[in-house]
Each structure stands twice: as C-alpha cells, then as structure tokens.
Ligand binder design. Structure first.
Ligand SMILES: Cc1cc2nc3c(=O)[nH]c(=O)nc-3n(C[C@H](O)[C@H](O)[C@H](O)COP(=O)(O)OP(=O)(O)OC[C@H]3O[C@@H](n4cnc5c(N)ncnc54)[C@H](O)[C@@H]3O)c2cc1C
Length: 421
C-alpha cells in the first residue's frame, strides 16, 4: 500500500516511556506491509529516559550523553517525527494542532501545523503537582524534564562552590538541601546527591565535609517513606538513608517554601539553599477540556481498559496522562499508577490494538503485570520489591554495576512481558 495515501495513519503525541516504544514497535511491525503510517510528535527533539533524571539532577549522569535523537530513531525504524508541542485537538476534523517551534533567540523555526489522523494516541506524561503550596513554584525545582534536572544540578554546584569558598576564607560554610516528597524519586534523589557530595573533594571542593557541611533533609507528609511500597521495604530504605546521613522527617506537611527555608505544619522551619519538589504529579493542564474529552481531577484523560478515551473511540491515551481502570487492584475506582512499567506495557498492547482495528477484531484490554519496584540508593545499595512474591531484597555495599544489572533485570522482565513470554 503506498505510504502517505491509503495507509492507516496513527499519530502518537509524546515520545517518552510509552510513546517511543509504541512508535518503534508499530513502525517495525508495519514497515514491510506499508499498511500503517506512524507519526510521532514531541515537544523536544531528543529523548532522555525519565527514570534517570534524578541522576542528572545529582550530577551523576550527563543528560547529553544519554539522550537519543528522535529524527535518528524515526529514520532507523521507519516512522515520521514532527517536533512541536500539541495543545489542541479538533476531533470533528480528526486533526491535532502542533505549535510553532522557536530557536533560543525566539526566531520561528517551524510554523504551527495541523496533522490529520485515523487513530490518535496521547502519551504526554505528567508534570509536578505543587498542590497550591505557596512558594513551591518560585523556590522549589521539580525533576520532571532534563532541563529541570540540569537546572537543579547547576544550583547544587553553585551552592557547594559558595559554601566551599566561605570555608576557605575561614568562615562558616554549609549547604542545606531539602527534598520534599519521599516517594521513589525523592528517596533516590537524596541518595544520589549524597554520593555526589562524597566526591566533592575530587572536584576541588575540598573544604566541605560531606556529612557535616552538606545537609540533606527529606520531608514527607505520610507517616513513612515510600508510601506505595511495603513497610519492610520502607524500613530497609530508611535504614540505608540514615547510613547516608540523610535526615528523614516523616508526617510533616509542607505549608510554605521561601527563598531560604521550608516550613511545615508543625511549625518547624528547615533551612534550605536548594529545594527539590518530588511530592506529586498530575497530567498537563491543557488536557482538561481537550475538545470535550473526559478528564479527572489530576487532568488525566479517562480511558476504558482498551485505552480508548471514554468519549472518542479513535482517541487513545496511555502512560501517566491516562486514568486507566485497574480492576486487579481490587479497590473500587482504582486507576493504574504512573510508572514506566505501565506505560511500556500499554505501548506493547496498543501495537496489537492497531492490528485488531485493521482486521475489524475486538480490541485487546489492558492488564498490568507488576514486576516490582527497584529503589536505587546510589552506588552503595538498593532495595527491591517483587510484586508477585512479596519478596524484598536489600543490598549493601554493592558495586554500581550490580545495581545496573538489577535495573536491567527489571527492564528485561518488562521486555519479556511485552513479547508475551
Ligand atoms: C526522577 C524520576 C524517576 C523515576 N523513576 C521511575 C522508576 O524507577 N520506575 C518507574 O516505573 N517509573 C519511574 N518514574 C516514573 C516514569 O518516569 C513515568 O511513569 C513514565 O516516564 C511515564 O511515561 P509516559 O510515556 O507516560 O510519559 P513520559 O515518559 O514523561 O513522556 C512524555 C513525553 O511527552 C512529551 N510531551 C509532553 N508534553 C507534550 C506536548 N504538549 N506535546 C508534545 N509532546 C509532549 C515529553 O517531551 C515526553 O517526551 C520516575 C519519574 C521521575 C521524574
């Protein structure tokens, strides 16, 4: 079938943990037959695997070295890439509207465009939710995009250099870092930052004693860290954080963030040179009211288990921006958690959905297979929770390679799942 004419056109908006494997999977499957044309749209030109952003923020990973170019992947796998932000949709005409792209000087590189589709998949992820807490937007940095992670790292470096210079001049010098939210992201970020500070001397910041002069405080509103994981895992992680000199304060609700402190509801004031906000997420605000599609309070597009949005059978949503029912959770109204595993498994299913649609067969429904969670606490340790067995593992003093292997194991399992093995 000649590409560009009769081929069934699938447009995917967002090339992250869900959208990118969907684009490559679909394009590879239909490349020879030419019966499906795939277009991926992303606001950025390059992709960085989001679960690695805390390593970028801590300065332990260079985003540039780990990013991949969408146009190059598109060329290799046989799909089309279009850069630009999508914020509007015309369902009656079946077109998405792609914003203009500008260079750093504000010059327009690409004009606004319209893209027609037969099937649309929205996979734009999530952004940090400040829950309206005063001062968060001005003074705290979320770790949601490579740019934010790099900004956090630059601020961390500047604060460390300032404190080092003060100490070199014989004055008091200290860096106070506060991380708000002790979910997996906050916990991992705290551990990674501690690893960075332990290497300060190697980078000329030799006046700072990592344990004494760089204070890392993790603040959590829930009664314990890692609320979605088991008590045993949380206890193991808390023990490891204590060994990393991270001050963990649970049951403290943040009420205000200022330029130099974090205030909690119990009246405590924690000094802060640098604040990371990792306390919650929501889908982008523009999804609410997107041409009449149903969304929930977190702006997520409400879908059925086929991942079709409830008001338009040709518009699908997956990953963090979708509120997909999770019947296996056994709780009324439960929706799938915002995790890379979910997004990847959903992408694998949508590849089969396209086949089913082309053949006029019933669409597959999504069932999440939880392969567990891995919380990496930097080079020294990690904790794992395996959902099926309830088994958990805590390793101390393991070399980084082992953590890498362990991460790889989880990814491998996810890949097996995608292949239906
Ligand atoms: C620091 C950190 C650590 C994490 N660690 C883990 C982990 O260990 N395990 C785990 O399972 N999950 C982890 N997560 C969560 C995981 O990253 C997300 O659940 C996952 O990335 C969601 O995939 P997605 O495809 O929905 O969105 P994303 O991967 O966020 O991709 C969204 C894509 O959409 C693009 N986009 C956004 N808006 C627009 C627009 N308007 N127009 C066009 N394109 C747009 C973005 O540029 C991006 O490429 C972590 C998250 C963070 C922040």
């Amino acid at each position: 079938m000649p590409v560009g004419t009769l081929a069934y056109h699938v447009v995917i908006v967002g090339g992250g943990a869900g959208g990118l494997p969907l684009a490559t999977g679909l394009a590879r499957r239909h490349r020879r037959r030419g019966d499906v044309r795939v277009t991926l749209v992303d606001v950025l030109a390059t992709h960085v695997w989001k679960p690695l952003l805390h390593e970028v923020a801590a300065g332990r990973m260079d985003a540039d070295a780990h990013e991949v170019d969408y146009p190059a992947i598109a060329y290799r796998h046989g799909f089309t890439f279009r850069q630009g932000a999508v914020r509007a949709l015309d369902r009656a005409r079946r077109v998405v509207l792609v914003d203009a792209v500008h260079d750093e000087e504000g010059e327009e590189i690409l004009p606004p465009r319209e893209l027609g589709y037969d099937m649309l998949v929205i996979a734009v992820g999530s952004e940090s939710n400040d829950f309206g807490v005063p001062g968060v937007a001005e003074h705290a940095i979320p770790i949601d995009t490579p740019r934010e992670a790099e900004r956090f790292h630059r601020r961390l470096l500047a604060a460390s250099m300032r404190a080092n210079a003060r100490k070199a001049a014989g004055r008091a010098g200290r860096v106070d870092i506060v991380i708000i939210g002790a979910g997996a992201t906050g916990v991992e970020l705290a551990a990674e930052i501690r690893q960075t500070t332990r290497m300060h001397a190697a980078y000329g910041l030799d006046r700072l004693d990592p344990a004494r002069d760089v204070r890392i405080t993790l603040v959590e509103a829930a009664p314990r860290i890692l609320p979605p994981l088991s008590e045993a895992i949380a206890a193991a992680a808390a023990d490891l954080l204590a060994r990393l000199d991270v001050d963990v304060r649970v049951g403290r609700t943040v009420t205000r963030v200022t330029s130099d402190a974090v205030h909690t509801a119990d009246g405590a004031v924690v000094a802060a040179d640098l604040v990371a906000w990792a306390a919650g997420i929501r889908a982008p605000a523009w999804l609410a009211g997107l041409d009449g599609l149903e969304t929930n309070r977190a702006n997520q597009l409400v879908t059925t288990t086929t991942l079709q949005t409830t008001r338009d059978a040709d518009v699908f949503a997956l990953g963090d921006c979708a509120a997909c029912p999770w019947p296996e959770a056994g709780r009324e109204g439960a929706i799938l958690p915002p995790r890379a595993q979910v997004a990847r498994q959903q992408a694998a299913m949508v590849v089969r959905t396209v086949d089913a649609r082309l053949r006029g067969r019933p669409l597959p429904t999504f069932r999440f297979r939880d392969y567990g969670s891995l919380v990496s606490l930097g080079e020294l340790a990690h904790v794992e929770h395996h959902a099926h067995t309830g088994w958990h593992e805590q390793q101390r003093e393991v070399p980084r390679q082992s953590v890498g292997r362990s991460r790889q194991r989880l990814r491998d399992r996810a890949a097996h799942d995608e292949r239906g093995e």
